[in-house]
Design a protein around this ligand. Structure first.
Ligand SMILES: Nc1nc2c(ncn2[C@@H]2O[C@H](COP(=O)(O)OP(=O)(O)OP(=O)(O)O)[C@@H](O)[C@H]2O)c(=O)[nH]1
Ligand SMILES: [Mg+2]
Ligand SMILES: [Zn+2]
Length: 292
C-alpha cells in the first residue's frame, strides 16, 4: 500500500472471490483487496480499508452481528453478514422447494436472524397448493404474505423497514425484481424463466447489497438450489425447528435425537399431528447429513 493511503471505514457491498466492492461513508466506491490470502469476507461486512485512489486493502473486518451461510463437508459459502432479517422468497408460478425453504430458515434461526416468507407473483393468482403452503408456514411462525414485485410492493416495504435483509430463494422467484421495484437506483439484472432455460444460468451471479435509506438495506442473492447445514451441531438442530421447540426437554433421554427413541416427546407430537410428518422427515434428513 502506498504511503499516502488513508484508513477508512467501509461496507462490503459485493464479494467477488479475490476482490470486493467497498462503499465508504461518503458513498464513494472503492475496489478492496484482502490483506494476505484470507478471503473470508462477505457482502455486508463492515471493514477498515486502507484507501489509495479508487483501490484499497481491507485491513480488518468488524465482529459480525450475524453471518448467513451454507456449508458442506469441504467448504463454507458465506452469503451475507450483519443481516437482521432473512426474507425467503417463493413464487406462485414455480414449484415450492420445501427442503430449501426449511434449510434457509434453520440457518437463520441458528444465527438469531428473524425470518419471513414472501409469496411473490400473487398477481398471477394463488393455487390451492400455495394457499396450503401459506397456512403451513403461518403455523410455524414465519408469517408468509402474498405480494407482487410488479403490482404491490407496499407490503414488502412495511416488512423490511429498518432491517438489513438478505433475500433468498430459488432462481426466478423475483428477488432482483423486488429489489429493483423497491430501490429505484438498484438496476439489478432480472430475466424471464424462458431466458434462464435458454442459457441455463442464474441471472444474479453474486450477492449485492443495496441501500434503501440509512437504516434499511437489501442483499440480493443468486438463486439457491441446495443448502448444506454442516456447520450446525447435531444436538442443537431440533432447537432451530420452531415447531419442535415446545416439545423439547420432555423426552425420556436427555440426549434424545428425536429419531428412534422410546418416549420421545417430539415423535409423540408427530404421531398425533402436532408436528407435521414432512417436517420431521426433513429434520431426520438434515440430522443424518450433519452427523456424517
Ligand atoms: N407476474 C410477475 N412476474 C414477476 C414478479 N416478480 C418477478 N417476476 C418475473 O419473474 C422473472 C424472474 O425474476 P428475477 O427477479 O430475475 O428472479 P430472481 O429471483 O432474481 O432470479 P435469480 O437472479 O436467477 O436468482 C422475471 O421475468 C420477472 O419479471 C411478479 O410479482 N409478478
Ligand atoms: Mg436475481
Ligand atoms: Zn426426543
Amino acid at each position: 500500500m502506498k504511503p499516502d493511503s488513508l484508513k477508512k471505514k467501509g461496507t462490503i457491498t459485493s464479494a467477488h472471490g479475490r476482490h470486493y466492492a467497498v462503499e465508504l461513508a461518503d458513498g464513494s466506491m472503492v475496489l478492496g483487496y484482502p490483506k494476505g490470502k484470507a478471503t473470508k469476507y462477505a457482502c455486508g461486512d463492515e471493514c477498515v480499508i486502507s484507501v489509495s485512489g479508487s483501490e484499497g486493502r481491507i485491513m480488518e473486518v468488524d465482529d459480525r452481528s450475524s453471518i448467513f451461510y451454507r456449508s458442506d463437508t469441504y467448504k463454507q459459502k458465506l452469503i451475507a453478514a450483519n443481516v437482521t432479517m432473512l426474507v425467503m422468497v417463493v413464487a406462485t408460478d414455480l414449484p415450492i422447494n420445501h427442503s430449501l425453504t426449511t434449510r434457509c430458515l434453520i440457518a437463520a434461526e441458528q444465527q438469531g436472524i428473524k425470518a419471513r416468507i414472501l409469496v411473490n407473483k400473487s398477481d398471477l393468482g394463488l393455487t390451492s397448493l400455495i394457499k396450503q403452503f401459506i397456512a403451513e408456514y403461518s403455523h410455524l411462525g414465519y408469517e408468509p404474505i402474498d405480494v407482487s414485485a410488479i403490482t404491490n410492493t407496499h407490503a414488502i416495504l412495511k416488512i423490511i423497514k429498518n432491517e438489513r435483509v438478505v433475500l433468498v430463494g430459488q432462481s426466478g422467484v423475483g428477488k432482483s425484481t423486488i429489489v429493483n421495484n423497491i430501490i429505484a437506483t438498484a438496476h439489478a439484472r432480472t430475466a424471464s424463466i424462458s431466458a434462464k432455460l435458454h442459457t441455463g444460468r442464474h441471472t444474479t451471479t453474486h450477492a449485492q447489497l443495496y441501500k434503501l435509506d440509512e437504516t434499511t438495506s437489501l442483499i440480493d442473492c443468486p438463486g439457491l438450489q441446495s443448502f448444506g447445514l454442516k456447520h450446525i451441531e447435531p444436538q442443537h438442530l431440533a432447537n432451530y425447528f420452531s415447531d419442535f421447540r415446545v416439545h423439547l426437554n420432555q423426552c425420556q433421554f436427555a440426549n434424545c435425537t428425536h429419531t428412534v427413541e422410546p418416549n420421545c416427546n417430539v415423535i409423540n407430537a408427530v404421531h398425533d399431528n402436532r408436528i407435521n410428518l414432512s417436517r420431521w422427515n426433513e429434520y431426520k434428513k438434515i440430522l443424518f447429513e450433519i452427523q456424517h
